[in-house]
Unconditional design. Structure first.
Length: 484
């Protein structure tokens, strides 16, 4: 009996291997560092991210299958890899001083960020449902621990437990969906599923439709789509703020990468069955997210519901499922990374030990006491609201434009109306900062060098993408040309 040994192409997994090695080294180095001096572990993590970014750039434009077709390294996956790597880098920069102030500066924190990022990257390049599931679980387990990292706080422990229980529940849905798809098509390979469906004469197989529905539930939980959003406000509020920033972008980007690859490629022939459901979910998600955000007094909960609304906007691009629709999703995720991370960065700078100053009213008078901080927050909120000339405006323009081009005019109209609703609660924070009298005595804030770098990167990205969007949209379009 001949044994077929699959070819091993280490270079195709260069970014993931680099980040995994960096995470292991961070764990080893942290053992020998004093509790108060974990800076070397942080710098090693950032170095690993930079090398992983460089490795991703070298793989650009060279699509190929590897490891017995379990992964497909194409520009689509590499684009999302770069988004999550940028997100991880900015989150680490934001965490250095934050963890010191909270008395929880442990090297394990940075290693968990890196391992979560590795899982996200596997979700982006996975060409098999099993690979995507393994990447999702690698990411999720790390995020569960990070959400409860401030273990001395009941709220942090509560958020981790809620995320663990609901996350495990959603993983079961996803796994059952994979099993049903395998039962109906005989394969878990994304290309194989696509070929099977293109040649099948009967697409109303109950097992196939049930598997598609279960996959939609599993991915819907990770992107926080309604009605699978219940965990988001509590987990975002209870988790350490730097972890919330990382989760709000990284998890969403990885989930959408896998979501788009599975539904817009493998299950394309079933589009008549899932596009109407996706249309309804997009409307419910953006509407509930925006309406619920209006009633929030805690700024982290407000941004949590805002994150739900933005998932609804991105789902509009999935409904369109055209070249412009998919490329606008990539563009929007890049823009969302900078503006959302920037907003959370300002929150980290302003909050005090014990996560104080998190009520919106606490920001009263910030525009006069800390004008630079208030200006940065205003820019990020304007971008989240979709006000020109920021990245958020251009992102929404392309998303809704793609929907109109494909004939989903009412969906685009509902999206624009929701965007107008969001202006209220975003601008409410700006009004509080510049037009209200302070409700408490301001104490000195700490501008750590790492946080300054993170905020500079975020504000430059937010403004540059908004003012000069063409190169980034072209990059997004290039990313889908050779998509599987």
């Amino acid at each position: 009996m001949d044994l077929a040994i699959p070819s091993i192409d280490i270079a195709s997994l260069g970014p993931e291997l680099i980040l995994s090695i960096a995470a292991i080294l961070v764990l080893m180095v942290s053992v020998f560092l004093p509790k108060e001096r974990k800076d070397p572990a942080c710098y090693l993590s950032l170095l690993g991210i930079l090398f992983a970014l460089a490795s991703s750039v070298t793989l650009w434009g060279k699509p190929k299958y590897a490891f017995n077709n379990m992964i497909y390294v194409d520009n689509f996956g590499l684009f999302f890899n770069m988004v999550v790597l940028i997100t991880a880098g900015i989150a680490i920069l934001m965490s250095i001083n934050y963890l010191k102030e909270e008395g929880m500066s442990h090297g394990e924190f940075f290693a968990l960020i890196l391992f979560a990022t590795v899982g996200m990257m596997f979700m982006a390049i996975g060409s098999n449902l099993i690979t995507i599931f393994l990447g999702l679980e690698t990411m999720s387990i790390s995020i569960y621990v990070l959400a409860g990292f401030l273990r001395e706080r009941d709220r942090s422990n509560e958020s981790a437990l809620k995320y663990l229980l609901l996350g495990a529940f959603s993983s079961a849905f996803l796994l059952y969906g994979i099993a049903f798809i395998y039962g109906a098509t005989g394969t878990t390979d994304l290309k194989g599923i696509s070929v099977f469906l293109s040649e099948a004469t009967y697409l109303n197989d109950p097992m196939l439709l049930a598997g598609t529905g279960l996959l939609l539930v599993g991915f819907g939980f990770k992107i926080a789509a309604v009605p699978f959003h219940m965990w988001t406000p509590d987990v975002y509020e209870g988790a350490p703020t730097s972890v919330t920033a990382f989760m709000s972008v990284g998890v969403k980007a990885a989930a959408f990468a896998a979501f788009v690859r599975v539904f817009s490629y493998s299950l394309w022939n079933l589009q008549p069955d899932w596009v109407l459901l996706m249309w309804i979910l997009a409307v419910l998600t953006m509407t509930l997210g925006n309406i619920a955000a209006i009633a929030q007094t805690n700024i982290k909960r407000m941004l949590a519901y805002s994150s739900i609304a933005h998932a609804g906007y991105i789902m509009v691009g999935m409904v369109a499922s055209s070249e412009l629709g998919i490329s606008s999703i990539l563009f929007y995720m890049l823009a969302y990374a900078f503006m959302n991370l920037g907003a959370f960065g300002v929150i980290i700078v302003f909050e005090r030990k014990g996560e104080k100053n998190l009520d919106i009213e606490d920001y009263s008078g910030m525009g006069f006491k800390y004008p630079a901080l208030a200006l940065l927050m205003s820019i990020f909120l304007f971008s989240l609201a979709g006000i020109p000339p920021t990245a958020g405006f251009v992102g929404k323009f392309y998303i809704f434009g793609a929907a109109v081009k494909e004939g989903y005019i009412w969906l685009a109209i509902i999206g624009v109306m929701n965007s107008l609703v969001s202006v209220y609660y975003y601008l409410r924070v700006t009004v509080v900062m510049y037009m209200n009298e302070p409700v408490k005595e301001f104490t000195g804030i700490t501008w750590s060098p790492s946080m300054v770098i993170a905020l500079i990167i975020a504000v430059i990205g937010t403004l540059l993408i908004g003012i000069l969007p063409s190169p980034y949209l072209d990059l997004a379009k290039q990313s889908i040309l050779l998509m599987m």
